[in-house]
Design a protein around this ligand. Structure first.
Ligand SMILES: Cc1cc2nc3c(=O)[nH]c(=O)nc-3n(C[C@H](O)[C@H](O)[C@H](O)COP(=O)(O)OP(=O)(O)OC[C@H]3O[C@@H](n4cnc5c(N)ncnc54)[C@H](O)[C@@H]3O)c2cc1C
Length: 368
């Protein structure tokens, strides 16, 4: 009797397990993220006949979609082209956000990729049978392998100061003409802050910059921005508060404190405040899957030869592999080799050479 009861419970458990598995959509590979590198990977997987599903929490190229309008790429076009499709610009110069977004959508159309957009992956779990259960905002999948191409710019790096959440405070530059005639204080000293300062000033705003460093980096600020910002500061067209940090924001302006002497403060009046202090990566998926995090960036642990993480058959593609970047080292133009490495690890064969960008190699330069 007791044996029969045990048997019944076991078989009920088995039936429950199979019923749950039947609810999962089965795929060979689940690609999470449809940014430039996720899309380049999808083109190669398709060409190799690998079954896959690609989902994105936002839209195709969401990270680029979130750039300020009219942003110019620092990379030359051939370096950010994907899947062997030439990226051409009307003046043979660097692409804008708008040009590149159009291009990404053309690639999706050309290769007839199916991106399930608006579908956020919430958890990735490795099961005892070695496969993955991937839970999204819409459904669950059963996958042999998972590629996290989720990028590294999931939320702005918050300063944690009073007033940071006021309506006139933003972590992104909007259309610059919105700032016409207004006093704009920009916090930051990297490319996004310098570019925002130049664009707002040209758009008719009265711009000041607060930067915790002394001077902008001669090596990492885009070479066409640096002379201009220096000249505008020198001639008083842009206000500059070096070695300061904001400590408080209210409706009238911002309190800046000296980095060297926090008691030394000053009030700067501002109608708009742009906190352009970088982004952080969301670690939730790595943690749910058991991927280790290491170093200052808390980068996901992986083998650079295959891009496989410490969890077997879970891969990292694109900037997802870098963790939270403080100084950008990994970006589109030097992440293309991830595609070749992942496809080779998954299938035992490299993808067709013409489908992966090798511009950086051709030029013999690590980056532009
Ligand atoms: C202003 C600016 C200018 C830049 N200029 C250049 C440049 O000139 N050259 C260059 O090489 N790089 C540049 N970059 C960096 C470039 O944007 C990134 O390197 C690039 O977007 C990384 O591509 P990716 O495919 O790895 O990831 P992303 O493009 O970040 O794509 C990740 C995708 O994953 C999705 N996603 C995230 N989490 C989830 C989830 N849980 N579930 C489902 N989907 C999810 C996101 O919605 C997103 O679409 C610039 C960045 C900025 C901000």
């Amino acid at each position: 009797m007791s044996g029969r009861t045990r048997g019944t419970a076991n078989s009920r458990r088995r039936v429950g397990y199979h019923a749950r598995m039947a609810e999962l959509e089965r795929t060979d590979v689940l690609v999470v993220g449809a940014g430039p590198i996720g899309l380049e990977l999808a083109v190669s997987l398709k060409a190799m006949g690998v079954g896959f599903v690609q989902v994105d929490a936002g839209r195709i190229g969401q990270t680029v979609l979130d750039y300020p309008p009219g942003t110019t790429f620092f990379s030359s076009p051939e370096r950010i082209a994907i899947a062997g499709v030439p990226l051409m610009t009307p003046d043979q110069g660097k692409a804008t956000r708008e040009r590149y977004l159009t291009y990404l959508h053309a690639v999706v159309k050309q290769f007839d990729l199916e991106v399930r957009d608006g579908e956020r992956v919430e958890a990735v779990t490795k099961r005892d049978d070695g496969r993955f259960t991937v839970t999204t905002s819409r459904q669950a999948y059963d996958a042999r392998a998972v590629v996290l191409a989720i990028g590294d710019m999931h939320r702005p790096r918050l300063l944690g100061i009073p007033g940071e959440d006021l309506p006139h405070v933003s972590h992104v530059l909007a259309e610059p003409l919105r700032y016409f005639g207004r006093r704009v204080l920009i916090v930051g000293g990297k490319n996004s802050a310098v570019e925002a300062a130049l664009r707002c000033q040209r758009a008719g705003a009265h711009v000041s910059i607060s930067y915790r460093g002394e001077a902008f980096s001669e090596t990492s600020i885009k070479y066409w921005l640096l002379p201009e910002i220096k000249a505008l500061i020198k001639h008083g067209q842009v206000g500059y508060y070096p070695r300061t940090v904001p400590t408080r924001i209210d409706e009238r302006g911002v309190t800046l404190a000296s980095v060297d002497d926090p008691a030394d403060t000053r009030a700067v009046e501002a109608d708009d405040v742009l906190l352009l202090t970088g982004y952080e990566q969301d670690k939730t998926l790595f943690e749910s899957a058991g991927v280790g995090l290491e170093g200052e960036n808390r980068a996901p642990v992986h083998d650079p030869a295959t891009m496989m993480s410490n969890v077997a058959n879970l891969y990292l593609a694109g900037t997802a592999a870098a963790g939270t970047q403080h100084q950008f080292k990994l970006y589109i133009e030097n992440a293309h080799p991830h595609v070749t490495k992942i496809v080779t690890s998954l299938t035992g064969q490299p993808p067709p050479a013409h489908l992966v960008n090798t511009a950086a190699k051709t030029y013999g330069l690590p980056e532009s």
